[in-house]
Design a protein around this ligand. Structure first.
Ligand SMILES: Cc1cc2nc3c(=O)[nH]c(=O)nc-3n(C[C@H](O)[C@H](O)[C@H](O)COP(=O)(O)OP(=O)(O)OC[C@H]3O[C@@H](n4cnc5c(N)ncnc54)[C@H](O)[C@@H]3O)c2cc1C
Ligand SMILES: NC(=O)c1ccc[n+]([C@@H]2O[C@H](COP(=O)([O-])OP(=O)(O)OC[C@H]3O[C@@H](n4cnc5c(N)ncnc54)[C@H](O)[C@@H]3O)[C@@H](O)[C@H]2O)c1
Ligand code: SF4
Ligand code: FES
Length: 802
C-alpha cells in the first residue's frame, strides 16, 4: 500500500516540491492537496504582469486541472485546512473534509500585512496577494480614477505600475524617505524614483498613514502630519507575515514562522514545512528561489534520496516594472567593516555598487544596467576572494570600455553562473538542455529546465544562451504579442492597419480583438505611432496615448518641475537668441541653465504653469528634448573655421535638423556631423552620423552612446549634400516603417542586419519612394507650442500631470 502524503497549500512552494517528488519517486505516495483558493496551482509572481496587461490569467497557470488528474493527485480547492490532529494523523477542512496522512507538508504561504488603521475595513481597501485582489483592481479601474498604494517596496511599486497601466492616477505612500529601502541604497532609490515619476507615478514620501477616510467606501487617507490625499482605491503593500496560524493552533513549534530544520522537518514527526510560512535558521523568505530550494530538499527527503539538507539562501531581487532595471542582492548596506566600489552615471541613469567585506563580495545594487547581476550574484554565493580586483568586479562586463551584451556576455559567463535566479538554473544546465534534449526555443527550455518560468526576468538571457549555442539562425523564436492585450506582434498589427485601413486606436483594438479593449500603457503609444506612420494624413495623433513628457511637450524632472530646451539648429545660436534666452531665464527665475550633451541650452526647474508663457516669450521652436523624434544634430565647426575641416559640417547639420525636426520615429534619434575624420562631433555613436572626407561624406548608422554603447556601421559614401539628405531621408523612413515602437536604431539594425538595410536603400528608385513618403509626413508636422499658443488651446490641451 502506498503511503498517504497530504499537502496543505496549493501554492508555488508546495506544488513545486510535489513536482520534484514525482520525478524522484513517482509511485511512492497517494497525494492529496488542499488549497483555500478556487484555482489550480498558479504563478503568483506573474500577477504583477497580469495587472500591468502583459500577461493573461490563463498564461499564469503552472499546473492545470489535468496535471493533477494525470498524476493521480486528489485536489481539494476552495477548502481551508482548519485543524491537524497530530495523534490520529489526519487533517480537517472548513468544508468538513477529513483526510488521514502518513506524511504532511504545510506550505500555507504568507498573509499580506494589513495596517490596523481606523477605516481599514472600508470597501476599496485591499491587499495584492492573489487572483481575487488582481481582479478587484482591474474591475475598480473601470469605475474609479484615483488609487493610493501604501508601501514603496517591490510589491507596492509593481502594483502602482499595473494600476497606471489601467489608466488610474496613482500615488505611492511610503513611510521612509527612500523607495525600496529594503533593497536599495539612497542613490539607486533616487534614480528609481525619478524614472517612475517620469512614467507618471506620484510619491508621498516620509508619510505615515493615520486613518482611512470615507463612509462605506474609501475616499482618501489622512496622515499623521495632518495632510490628506483623496483615493477611490487603497492597496496595502507593506510586507507579509508567515501564515503559521494552523500550525500554531495544532501545537507545532512556531516563532514568526513554522520552525523547520535543514530537512524542513517541524518538531512533530512526519510533519514538514516549506515556503513563506516556514522559518529556517530564523529566516522566513519572501521570494521563490529559496522556497524552491527548500522544496527540492524536502522532495529528496520524502523520496529517500540523500541530501545535505537546506543551508539557507542569499537572495537577489529584480523589480518587474517595464523600462526600469533594478537589481539588488545580499548585504548592500555599508557598515564599519565593509568597503564599497561605486559607479554613478547620472547622464545615462546608471548606478552600480558592490559591497566588499574581508576581500569578498557580500552585496550589490545595480540600477539602469543590470547585465552584471548574475555574475555578481554568483560571486556573492561562491564567496571567492576578490582582493586587488575590486574595481574589475564592479566594472565587470563593461571593463575595457565596451559593455558586453547578448551572446558575448554569455560567452564570458562561467558554466556554473546562474541564468535563472528563481529556479536556480545555471548556464551549464541550459546548455545541456539544448545539446542533449534538443531545445531550440525559450519555451522548450522552460519546459525542460523551468528556467524563465517564474518571474520571467531571465528570458532575454536564456534566449542569448540559445543563440550562443545554436547561432541566431538555429533559434526558434516564439511569436510574442506587442503586449498582454494581444497575441499579435508588431508586423501583424502594422499589416492589419494597412490592409483593413484602420485609422484609430479604438478601431485597431476592436477589430483585432484586443483582450483589453482600452489597451495598456505599452500598446497605446505603440499603436498610435504605427497609425501615424501608416496613415500620416488620416490619423489624428491621440495625445492621451502618449507618455507624460510627450503630452506636455516638456521633460518632467525629479521635483515635478520641467525643463525647457529651445531648438538650436546644428547647435548654432546667435547673440540675439542668447540674450532672449537669458532674459527669459531671468524673468521666470529659472534656477539652472545648462548646456546639454547635444549642444543645446536647457532651462531647468521651470514650473508647469510657466511653460506656455515661457514658450510664447521665447518664440523659438521646441527642441523636442523629450520626444520619440529627432532630438539634436550635433556639429563641429567644420570647414567654416577649423583648419582641418574639409566640408561645412554646421551647414549640413542645420539642413538635416531643419528637414527632420518633429518627425515621429519609433524611438529617439540623434545625429551628428563632423567636418573631417577627426570626428569631433562624435558621429560614430549616433543613430545617424555624417563624417566629411575629401570630396564627400561618409554616412554612419546604428550608433548609440547610452547604456548599451555601440559604434556605428558604415552605410555608404556619397559626394554631395543632396545625396546626404536623400540617403538620410530614405534611411529614417525605412526605420520608421520597419522599426518596433521603442526600438532604437542600434537594436533595429542588429535585428534586421546591415545587409538587409543596405539592400533596401541601394536602388535610387527605392530611396526616392521612401523620401516621398517621409516628405509627406514632414509636411504635416507642426510646432506643438506654436500651435497651442496660436490656437489659444492652452487650457484644453495642456494636460496637467498625473
Ligand atoms: C504580486 C506578487 C509578485 C511577486 N513577485 C515576485 C517575484 O518577482 N520574484 C519572487 O521571487 N517572488 C515574488 N513574489 C513572492 C512569491 O510569489 C512568493 O514568495 C511565493 O508565491 C510563495 O510561495 P508559497 O507556496 O510559500 O506561498 P503561496 O504561493 O502564497 O501559496 C500558499 C497557498 O496556500 C493556501 N493556503 C493557506 N492556508 C491554507 C490552509 N489552511 N488550507 C489550504 N490552503 C491554504 C493559500 O491560499 C495559497 O494559495 C511575488 C508575490 C506577489 C503577491
Ligand atoms: N519583484 C519581486 O521580487 C517581488 C515583487 C512583488 C512582491 N515580492 C515579494 O512579496 C512580498 C511582499 O512585498 P512587499 O513589497 O509588500 O514587502 P516589503 O517588506 O519588501 O516592502 C514593504 C515596504 O512597505 C514599507 N512600509 C512599511 N510600513 C509602511 C507604512 N505604514 N506606510 C508606508 N510604507 C510602509 C516598508 O518600508 C517597505 O519598504 C515580499 O516578500 C517581496 O519580496 C517580490
Ligand atoms: S572634426 Fe575635423 S573639422 Fe570638425 S572640428 Fe574636429 S578637426 Fe575640425
Ligand atoms: S529569474 Fe525569474 S524566472 Fe528566471
Amino acid at each position: 500500500m502506498k503511503k498517504k502524503l497530504v499537502l496543505v497549500g496549493n501554492g508555488m512552494a508546495g506544488v513545486s516540491c510535489i513536482e520534484q517528488l514525482l520525478k524522484l519517486a513517482p509511485n511512492r505516495y497517494d497525494i492529496t492537496i488542499f488549497g483555500s483558493e478556487p484555482h489550480p496551482n498558479y504563478n503568483r509572481i506573474l500577477l504583477s504582469s497580469v495587472l500591468a496587461g502583459d500577461a493573461d490569467m490563463k498564461d499564469i497557470v503552472i499546473n492545470d486541472w489535468s496535471w493533477y488528474e494525470e498524476n493521480h493527485i486528489t485536489l481539494h480547492t476552495g477548502q481551508t485546512v482548519t485543524h491537524i490532529d497530530k495523534d490520529r494523523k489526519l487533517v480537517r477542512t472548513d468544508g468538513g473534509i477529513s483526510v488521514p496522512y502518513d506524511e504532511l507538508i504545510i506550505a500555507t504561504g504568507s498573509l499580506p500585512f494589513m495596517l490596523p488603521l481606523p477605516g481599514a475595513d472600508k470597501e476599496g481597501v485591499i491587499a495584492f496577494r492573489d487572483i481575487k485582489d488582481c481582479e478587484t483592481m482591474i474591475a475598480t479601474a473601470k469605475k474609479y480614477k484615483k488609487a493610493i498604494v501604501i508601501g514603496g517596496g517591490l510589491l507596492g511599486l509593481e502594483a502602482a505600475r499595473g494600476l497606471l497601466n489601467l489608466n488610474m492616477e496613482v500615488s505611492v505612500v511610503h513611510i521612509h524617505p527612500y523607495l525600496m529601502d529594503r533593497q536599495l541604497d539612497q542613490p539607486a532609490s533616487l534614480m528609481l524614483q525619478r524614472e517612475l515619476e517620469g512614467q507618471g507615478m506620484k510619491f508621498l514620501l516620509s508619510k505615515n498613514t493615520e486613518s482611512i477616510l470615507g463612509r462605506k467606501r474609501v475616499t482618501g487617507l489622512r496622515f499623521t502630519d495632518g495632510s490628506e490625499e483623496a483615493a477611490d482605491l487603497v492597496v496595502m503593500a507593506v510586507g507579509i507575515r508567515p501564515n503559521a496560524a494552523l500550525a500554531k493552533t495544532s501545537g507545532i513549534e512556531c516563532n514568526r514562522g513554522i520552525v523547520a530544520n535543514d530537512f524542513m522537518e517541524t518538531d512533530v514527526p512526519n510533519i514538514y514545512s516549506i515556503g513563506e510560512c516556514a522559518e529556517h535558521r530564523g529566516i522566513s523568505y519572501g521570494l521563490v528561489a529559496p522556497l524552491y530550494e527548500q522544496g527540492a530538499v524536502l522532495a529528496k527527503r520524502l523520496a529517500g534520496v540523500d541530501t545535505q539538507g537546506y543551508q539557507g539562501s542569499v537572495v537577489s531581487t529584480k523589480l518587474k516594472v517595464s523600462g526600469v532595471n533594478v537589481f539588488s542582492a545580499g548585504q548592500f548596506k555599508d557598515s564599519s567593516d565593509t568597503r564599497a566600489v561605486r559607479l554613478q552615471d547620472e547622464l545615462d541613469g546608471v548606478y552600480k555598487k558592490v559591497v566588499i567585506r574581508d576581500g569578498k563580495v557580500i552585496g550589490a545594487v545595480l540600477f539602469g544596467d543590470t547585465a552584471d547581476g548574475s555574475r555578481l550574484f554568483a560571486m556573492i554565493r561562491s564567496g571567492e576572494d576578490v582582493t586587488g580586483k575590486e574595481k574589475e568586479v564592479l566594472l565587470g562586463a563593461s571593463a575595457g570600455g565596451s559593455a558586453k551584451s547578448g551572446v558575448d556576455l554569455v560567452a564570458a559567463m562561467s558554466d556554473d553562473e546562474i541564468v535563472c535566479g528563481c529556479n536556480g538554473v545555471s548556464k551549464a544546465g541550459i546548455v545541456q538542455a539544448i545539446k542533449e534534449k534538443g531545445c531550440t526555443s525559450v519555451n522548450e527550455i522552460k519546459a525542460c529546465t523551468k528556467a524563465s518560468g517564474s518571474c520571467g526576468g531571465c528570458k532575454p538571457l536564456v534566449a542569448d544562451v540559445l543563440a550562443y549555442v545554436l547561432g541566431a539562425d538555429g533559434v526558434t523564436s516564439v511569436k510574442e504579442g506587442i503586449c498582454g492585450c494581444t497575441a499579435l506582434g508588431r508586423d501583424e498589427v502594422v499589416e492589419a492597419i494597412k490592409r483593413l485601413h484602420l485609422t484609430t486606436s479604438k478601431e485597431v483594438m476592436n477589430v483585432l480583438e484586443w483582450n483589453n479593449p482600452e489597451g495598456c500603457s505599452k500598446c497605446r503609444p505603440a499603436v498610435n505611432y504605427y497609425l501615424g506612420m501608416v496613415w500620416p494624413e488620416e490619423h489624428e495623433d491621440e495625445r492621451e496615448s502618449r507618455f507624460v513628457n510627450e503630452r506636455n511637450h516638456a521633460n518632467i524632472q525629479k521635483d515635478g518641475t520641467y525643463s525647457v530646451v529651445p531648438r538650436m539648429y546644428g547647435g548654432v545660436t546667435t547673440p540675439k537668441d542668447l540674450m532672449k534666452i537669458a532674459e527669459i531665464a531671468d524673468k521666470y527665475e529659472v534656477p539652472l541653465v545648462k548646456m546639454t550633451g547635444g549642444q543645446r541650452i536647457d532651462l531647468l526647474g521651470v514650473k508647469k504653469e510657466h511653460l506656455p508663457a515661457m514658450w510664447a516669450d521665447l518664440d523659438m521652436p521646441s527642441g523636442y528634448a523629450y520626444g520619440k523624434s529627432l532630438r539634436t544634430v550635433k556639429t563641429c565647426v567644420g570647414s567654416t573655421f577649423c583648419r582641418f575641416g574639409t566640408q561645412d559640417a554646421m551647414g549640413m547639420g542645420i539642413k538635416l535638423e531643419k528637414k527632420f525636426e518633429r518627425l515621429n520615429t519609433p524611438a529617439k534619434v540623434k545625429m551628428a556631423v563632423s567636418g573631417c575624420p577627426r570626428n569631433c562631433a562624435e558621429a560614430t555613436i549616433k543613430d545617424f552620423g555624417i563624417i566629411a572626407i575629401d570630396g564627400g561624406w561618409e554616412l554612419h548608422v546604428g550608433g548609440n552612446g547610452g547604456t548599451k554603447l555601440r559604434g556605428t556601421d558604415l552605410l555608404c559614401k556619397v559626394k554631395t549634400e543632396e545625396e546626404v539628405l536623400e540617403w538620410s531621408g530614405a534611411y529614417l523612413q525605412y526605420y520608421r516603417e520597419t522599426g518596433k515602437y521603442n526600438e532604437r536604431t542600434a537594436e533595429w539594425l542588429e535585428r534586421l542586419g546591415l545587409d538587409t538595410i543596405k539592400a533596401a536603400l541601394e536602388k535610387p528608385e527605392d530611396r526616392i519612394a521612401l523620401n516621398e513618403r517621409i516628405d509627406k509626413t514632414l509636411g504635416l508636422m507642426k510646432d506643438p507650442w506654436k500651435e497651442i499658443i496660436e490656437e489659444k488651446k492652452l487650457n484644453e490641451t495642456f494636460v496637467p500631470l498625473t
